[in-house]
Structure formats: C-alpha cells, structure tokens
Design a protein around this ligand. Structure first.
Ligand code: CMP
Length: 147
C-alpha cells in the first residue's frame, strides 16, 4: 500500500468537547502523522464546496449549518495505508455502529455531530487535501522524514 496522505477534520462538536489533543494523539499512536494543520471557522461557501458531492442528499443543509457552527481543525495526515488506517481509528460514520475504542464510539453524539471527517478513498483524499491546503503549506519532505 505504501505511504499515503489523507485529509481529516475535527468537526465543531470535537472542538467544543475539548478533544483536539486526544484525537490527534490517537492519530499519532496509529502512525498517522500530521503534516499540515489549521484551526478555522469554515464559511458557508467553503462548507458547501467541500461537501458538494452530498448536495442532493436530504441532510446537506443541516450538514453545512453544523460544519459552519464553530471552528474546526483541518489536517493532512501521512502514514502507511493512511486512508484505511484513519477510517479504522475514526470508526463508522454513525457512532451507534462504530466499534468500541474508536474516536466516534468514544466522542460522537450522533451521525451529524460525529467528531471527525476522513477521506474515504485515494481520489477523494487528493481532492480534499488540495481544497484546503496548497502544497506549500504541507511540511516539506526533508522535515517529515526526521519524525
Ligand atoms: P462525513 O464523513 O463528514 O461526510 C458527510 C457527513 O454527513 C457525514 O460524515 C455525517 O456526519 C453527515 N451525515 C448526516 N446525516 C447523514 C446520513 N443520514 N448519512 C450519512 N451521512 C450523514
């Protein structure tokens, strides 16, 4: 599989619950290294654009409202098989179905306030990373390899 990059968001409920550090610790413990991080509040346009694939879904308006309701942490994670690994550490989208010990099982409130987002495939990871992080904001290789 090799070293991959994936995109991660700690959603407004995760920031509000005070688990930014805990979530990042879990990623690091799983071998997912943050190589770019920012904390910001998404605009309506940013959230709509990010979730454009869901725009016909009944939950789209609520999703955008929630994702703009408070600050989020945007991250690029890198590691061996990072896309699948991140999904494993997050647990299922619906916290009621998430395996014990996963981030969503431990911290999510419901399917909307589910604490984290993670890319679901290599192609989406690429698009999602580029949506928020120009390459110049990602830690250069010379520094990444030292960790
Ligand atoms: P996320 O991985 O960020 O991608 C889309 C989000 O829509 C998803 O996580 C959920 O938080 C949210 N969502 C809300 N309702 C639903 C639903 N019924 N099915 C799937 N996703 C939902």
């Amino acid at each position: 599989m090799g070293i991959e990059r994936t995109f991660s968001i700690i959603k407004p409920d995760g920031v509000e619950k005070g688990v930014i550090g805990t979530v990042i610790s879990r990623f690091e413990a799983a071998g997912l290294k943050p190589i770019a991080i920012k904390l910001k509040r998404l605009s309506q346009a940013e959230a709509e654009g990010f979730y454009a694939v869901h725009k016909e879904r009944p939950f789209f308006a609520d999703l955008v409202k929630f994702m703009t309701s408070g600050p989020v942490v945007l991250m690029v994670l890198e590691g061996e098989g990072a896309i699948a690994k991140n999904r494993e550490v997050m647990g299922a989208t619906d916290p009621k179905k998430a395996a014990p010990g996963t981030i969503r099982a431990d911290f999510a409130t419901d399917i909307e306030k589910n604490t984290v987002h993670g890319s679901d495939a290599p192609e989406t990871a690429k698009v999602e990373i580029a949506y928020f992080f120009p390459e110049v904001e990602i830690l250069p290789y010379e520094w990444r390899k030292k960790r």
